[in-house]
Design a protein around this ligand. Structure first.
Ligand code: PSU
Ligand code: MN
Length: 307
């Protein structure tokens, strides 16, 4: 049988950290290419990497540059990704085209998870995952499928209320994803700390999270642990405030017939406009917070108790 090897590059620092069994935290790049406005996107990416280092772990931002999958983008490479408009948004189905056509792009949660698994990275920090979109359009993010396939701890602030949150939770259950509330019993709703949806599992410390992961993977399961961390209280936008804006942005998307991959970036941008920037501040705060929690967990996973 013919063997194909796609181009795949791990930067020397991340490579060495992995070889020496040091804690590494993967980061996605769709949030940079499609989720945040310039130039805040680059600052945020560098900020998250800094936070991860300050907490004793190594960051590995993952993306695709000129047809090459890169694990651990250098600062100049992050700058390049953050600076170009109209880059690809790379989910599982999109790698092949990006590689064959030597394109660049940001990897989604699904795409990043798949590459983190290939590289042997166990912890991944992001903002919010994709999910089941509202309505009956069959728009279900590939993030949910990939969470069912890749054994990693994915640290997020839940999923945004632009999605159908109850359906998203059901889908995660179907995929065998372990959804854990971090210091909460409820699924956080990204901008808001609560959604009213109860979770079956809660963990209050990094070692409780690590113990859950060890038990799950120890039984041979390959799915992810989705650690849902509420946005810090001071940065929260209350449900009632954000909901009217969400309804408005969903209506706008519908009227403008926004479909497919464009839906999530459109809604994020519309919310940013409607909240006059407040949604952006919340988004940045929860991303930083998730980088911190993820690095604490990565460090704990490498402690003698768990490795
Ligand atoms: N949620 C956010 N910001 C983002 C995304 C999600 O708050 O930028 C990105 C993530 O990369 C996620 C992707 O994986 O959007 C989901 O896109 P879709 O719904 O097309 O699967
Ligand atoms: Mn979609």
């Amino acid at each position: 049988m013919t063997q194909f090897f796609s181009k795949f590059r791990i930067n020397p620092e991340a490579q060495q950290a992995l070889q020496l069994n040091k804690p590494v935290v993967a980061l996605e790049t769709t949030v940079i290419t499609h989720g945040l406005p310039k130039p805040i996107n680059l600052n945020l990416a560098l900020d998250m990497e800094k936070i991860i280092r300050e907490h004793g772990a190594f960051p590995a931002s993952i993306g695709v540059l000129h047809g090459e999958v890169v694990i651990g983008l250098r600062e100049d490479e992050l700058e390049e990704l953050a600076g170009i408009t109209d880059l690809r948004k790379i989910s599982v189905r999109d790698f092949s085209a990006a590689i064959a056509q030597k394109d660049s792009g940001g990897t989604t949660v699904a795409g990043t998870l798949a590459m983190a698994e290939l590289a042997g990275i166990q912890v991944f920090a992001t903002g919010g995952i994709g999910g089941v979109h509202r309505g009956s359009s069959f728009d279900v993010s590939a993030d949910l499928q990939q969470l069912g396939r890749s054994p990693a701890i994915v640290v997020c602030a839940g999923a945004k209320a632009i999605l159908d949150l109850p359906a998203t939770l059901e889908y995660l259950e179907t995929m065998g994803v372990v959804v854990v509330g971090y210091q909460t019993n409820e699924l956080p709703a990204f901008y808001s700390r609560s959604s009213g949806l109860q979770l079956s599992m809660r963990a209050d410390s990094p070692s409780e999270v690590a113990a859950i992961a060890q038990a799950h993977w120890g039984l041979g399961f390959k799915s992810a642990i989705l650690l849902t961390v509420p946005i810090p209280a001071g940065d929260e936008i209350p449900h009632t405030t954000i909901n009217t804006h969400i309804e408005q942005s969903l209506q706008d998307a519908d009227h403008q017939s926004i479909r497919g991959q464009a839906v999530t970036p459109f809604l994020l941008n519309r919310l940013y406009e409607l909240t006059k920037g407040a949604s952006l501040n919340a988004n940045l705060a929860l991303l930083r917070n998730n980088a911190q929690v993820a690095s604490q967990i990565a460090v704990t996973l490498k402690s003698p108790q768990f490795s």
